[in-house]
Each structure stands twice: as structure tokens, then as C-alpha cells.
Design a protein around this ligand. Structure first.
Ligand code: SF4
Length: 99
């Protein structure tokens, strides 16, 4: 019996998705801050689409273009007001090709 071994990377699976970007109107915003809280900082590693990054001043920034709308950042940081989270407007956002 032969077992097929596939080495599919997360990045390759994400590449299957398509995104319609609402240019200039991000659906998630990070509240201005001097230094990030533990939860806000955690978004730089837990966001599956790597939308969150630290800038040169050590502040967390977001680029929502590849957001999968999974809600992880919403659970971690919306209640504290550190981010403002909304779904993209109709016709914009992620288009899942396989599921
Ligand atoms: S909703 Fe998910 S994919 Fe989108 S920015 Fe938040 S953690 Fe990342």
C-alpha cells in the first residue's frame, strides 16, 4: 500500500484564496498606541495571514489585504478597544476557493 505524502504549506493554501481589497478603507484598524499590550503584540504571531507587524517604533500595524476574517484578533483585542473590527463591505474581502 502506498501512502501519498504531501507537503502543503499554509502559505500555499492561503495563496488559493482571492481578495477584493476595499482600497483606503481597511475593515480592521489598530488604535494608536505607544507600545502594544501583550494581546496586541501577540497578533504579530497568531494572525494566520500575517496581517500584523511591528513598525520601527515598536508599534503594531495592520495591513488587512490578506485578512481571512477568522476573528482571532477580534477575540483578543476588540473588547479592550485596541482594535476596531468590522466585516468588509459587501463585495469586498476574502473569496475562499476551496471551502
Ligand atoms: S481576522 Fe484573522 S486573518 Fe484577519 S487580521 Fe484578524 S487574525 Fe488576521
Amino acid at each position: 500500500m502506498t501512502i501519498a505524502v504531501t507537503n502543503i504549506r499554509v502559505e500555499d493554501k492561503l495563496y488559493q484564496n482571492r481578495y477584493v481589497v476595499d482600497s483606503g478603507r481597511p475593515h480592521i484598524k489598530v488604535r494608536p498606541h505607544q507600545s502594544p499590550s501583550v494581546n496586541l503584540y501577540a497578533l504579530t504571531s497568531v494572525c494566520p495571514a500575517k496581517c500584523y507587524e511591528l513598525n520601527d517604533q515598536g508599534q503594531v500595524e495592520i495591513t488587512t489585504d490578506g485578512c481571512m476574517e477568522c476573528g482571532t484578533c477580534r477575540v483578543l483585542c476588540e473588547a479592550s478597544g485596541e482594535i476596531e473590527w468590522n466585516y468588509p463591505k459587501g463585495g469586498f474581502g476574502v473569496l475562499f476557493k476551496f471551502g
